[in-house]
Write a protein that binds this ligand. Sequence first.
Ligand code: SAM
Length: 226
Amino acid sequence: MKFTASLYIVPTPIGNLSDITLRALEVLKAVEVILAEDTRTSRTLLQHYHIEKPLESFHAFNEHKKINFLIERLRQGVRMALISDAGTPGISDPGYLIIRAALQENIPIDCLPGPTAFVPALIKSGLPTDRFVFEGFLPHKKGRLSRIKELANEKRTLIFYESPHRLIKTLEQLAEHFGHERMASVSRELTKHFEETRNGTLHELLAHFRKTGAKGELVLVVAGKD
Ligand code: SAM
């Protein structure tokens, strides 16, 4: 395999360790340094694949500080891979800042295709996939309601990342502003042992999760306005 880039963006599994591509493994074995969001989490994955490489922490709280230093090393020819705790770096995870800086400096980058949670959640929702909007996490406090109101008339399928302890509140607020009969879907623990997708109206999903509670990692997909 030819390695033409300096910075590789490498998606990693979102639960099932087998969900890593052959090329991702080749790249992780070939680079000199792996930038990881949480070095402990990533070490487990790398050990599983017998990959021994220097890991450097690169996360939301140090990325601003580290960019210039990393760009300098990339310019000197150090080949690096960026991984996050799960899925594709840059998707609700660090990545954007170093990618933008590398592009500004004409440092060749490559992004491997691979796992990300929102694609299987969208597909399993049964909602239209021809046009969709990825909203990531809703703001927790400031700007939350105005964002929800702004999205109420969106015609494309909407995708949200959500934490389990905020799911009920989000479903309540969406039901209030989008209407209780709007179709939606919650995919939990994708690729893991307790994987579950539940499709129904916001009202039905609320009734279900009020009864069972919500556990694990989840993606909420909501139909666009008719
Ligand atoms: N970079 C990741 C990606 O490409 O999907 C997303 C990282 S973001 C910090 C974590 C969120 O992704 C979780 O709160 C959840 O909404 C979603 N997520 C990650 N893994 C998941 C899984 N196995 N099942 C359902 N949702 C998941």
